[in-house]
Design a binder for this molecule. Structure first.
Ligand SMILES: [Zn+2]
Length: 544
């Protein structure tokens, strides 16, 4: 049993998980099969959707079919050749308070029916649980986990160790740390369903990241009950690898039509915009007019189609390094998702630490949300921690960003620098040129071609938050370096007064002089005089 990571973006990854029934690629969606009621048969799901894995409930199977499945094996019973994962009955505990089995019994039964991925009988915390209750569920789940190591008799089954704690993040952390020390190959986050049902995605962010930060990163993480395609991108970006969807069938029963942006009642739709077989052949009314079971089946098929395509889209985005862009697009499907994305700000350091350093593609910045991106955090961090400006650079020349990148090769920058050079010749050695650019802040010329500083696009006019962030970076740069003078070329079109104000404040604090010039070539007489005074004055001072 192994899990090999092939590609990464943010905390999301494309991985290969080995099981006894074959290798599966993650992120992976496992449709939930209810063994007693099947809207679409496992065989149809396998053949129509090329579905490689599904999940069913070992507790329900044991209760209803006992020995029959034990003799046949779960694959034969379901008529499915792919990977079968079984849940243990924890959901029933949550719903009905208890189950008529023990953790030992259900563990051995899962071995007996030859499931590929098995889950211990955990005690779910649930959402509204008090701290005491939550502590109890964490303890009980750990006991069942430890017990497993003594009772299991097969080594070819992958076991899932669930993390509990509900809304108590410190308990989630504790549960994850302890569970992570036990020999499980997969972990799962329990109890997030009510959080997702109530669209509390910012809470979900806290729950998932607390779990991730305390588990061994190399083990896959399953998010129980996460079945809606509109939040897959968020969950994958946070490092979840496996999902199960009962939603495709539940929604179909309620005549609800899933899209990657949300859910709509079928009777509120005039058109079916999805390219699946169901939607290209039928109008909403056609589907509504079908006999009840047929209608549910057809809707379930569409819902599955949408769910699987979204997973494929996410995987492609990971490979292309565009998961953030995809996530931002999805986050605009619902305010609560956008709120969740905004809440990632507090985890920006963690995202930076574990995100890939380079990518195959450039970055798109649509607005201030992009400041949360690991690349922005990384640039700031590296500038403060690893960068020192050249020693001879006593004068900081700040040029504004241009549409062409790298900025120092743009015709605007080249023209200005050529003029300055013609005028001052040797005085130039004292000058250090940097660009101020949204959203990164200061880009020293010598770093101009380091990824992604010239491999990005940003939408203008800039929003206030982006302008403020960039101005703040400029301020901090001047404050933490030892220039004796600053010459700022302003671009009032893009920046209004932000950068000028910021530079004035920083230079005043540092007690160094500032010359502000218009970015306009040829430089007028006044500008050249200002520059001459500036550079000449300094030369005289440094010579003495
Ligand atoms: Zn469709």
């Amino acid at each position: 049993m192994s899990f090999e990571i092939k590609d990464r973006d943010l905390l999301g990854r494309i991985g290969r998980l080995e099981t006894k029934s074959g290798v599966i690629e993650t992120p992976l969606l496992l449709p939930v099969i209810n063994p007693t009621i099947q809207l679409i048969s496992p065989k149809t799901i396998e053949t129509t959707f090329d579905c490689k894995a599904l999940i069913t409930n070992a507790y329900i199977i044991k209760k209803h079919f006992q020995e029959k499945v034990a003799q046949k094996g779960i694959h034969d019973f379901l008529d499915f050749t792919g990977v079968v994962m079984t849940d243990s009955g924890a959901f029933q505990i949550l719903e009905y308070g208890e189950v008529e089995t023990t953790s030992k019994e259900i563990a051995l039964y899962q071995e007996k029916i030859s499931t590929d991925i098995a889950t211990i009988l955990d005690t779910p915390t649930g959402w509204a649980a008090s701290r005491n209750r939550a502590q109890h569920t964490v303890k009980k789940t750990l006991e069942a986990a430890k017990e497993l190591t003594k009772i299991k008799s097969r080594d070819d089954i992958v076991w899932v160790g669930p993390v509990q704690g509900g809304q108590h993040l410190d308990l989630i952390a504790q549960s994850a740390r302890k569970m992570g020390k036990l020999p499980f190959q997969i972990h799962a986050l329990g109890s997030p369903t009510p959080v997702m049902e109530q669209y509390m995605f910012d809470v979900l962010v806290d729950m998932i990241l607390t779990t991730k930060m305390n588990l061994p990163l190399e083990r896959p993480l399953h998010l129980f009950g996460a079945g809606h395609p509109f939040m897959f991108a968020l969950a994958v970006a946070l490092g979840c690898d496996l999902f199960d969807s009962a939603a495709y069938a539940i929604y179909a029963r309620e005549t609800r039509y899933m899209t990657e942006y949300g859910t709509t009642k079928l009777n509120q739709l005039n058109y079916l915009a999805c390219p699946c077989r169901v939607c290209t052949k039928n109008s909403p009314q056609d589907v509504l007019d079908m006999p009840e079971i047929e209608k549910q089946k057809i809707l379930a098929q569409h819902n599955l189609y949408v769910s699987f395509s979204e997973i494929r889209r996410i995987k492609q985005a990971i490979i292309e390094g565009r998961l953030w862009e995809h996530l931002e697009m999805r986050a605009h499907g619902h305010p609560s998702l956008l709120q969740a994305l905004k809440s990632l700000q507090k985890y920006s350091q963690y995202l930076e630490k574990h995100g890939p350093i380079t990518k195959k593609s450039g970055l798109f910045f649509f607005g201030s949300l992009g400041q949360i991106r690991p690349e922005v955090t990384r640039h700031r961090k590296r500038l403060w921690e690893r960068y020192s400006p050249p020693k001879e650079g006593k004068i900081l020349v700040l040029l504004p960003q241009t549409s062409m990148k790298p900025f120092h090769k743009s015709k605007e920058h080249q023209k200005i620098l050529r003029e300055v050079e013609q005028e001052f010749g040797e005085g130039m050695y004292n000058i250090h040129v940097c660009t101020y650019a949204a959203p990164f802040g200061i880009i020293p010329t010598e770093l101009g071609e380091v990824y992604p500083l010239s491999q990005y696009e940003i939408a203008t006019p800039l929003d206030l938050e982006t302008m403020n962030y960039t101005a703040q970076q400029v301020h901090e740069y001047i404050m933490t370096t030892d220039y004796e003078r600053v010459i700022l070329f302003r671009d009032s079109n893009l920046w209004k007064k932000n950068i000028v104000t910021t530079c004035k404040r920083a230079c005043k604090n540092k007690k160094i002089s500032l010359v502000v010039l218009k970015l306009k070539t040829p430089l007028n007489k006044k500008a050249l005089e200002d520059l001459a005074t500036s550079i000449g004055h300094l030369n005289l001072r440094t010579l003495t």
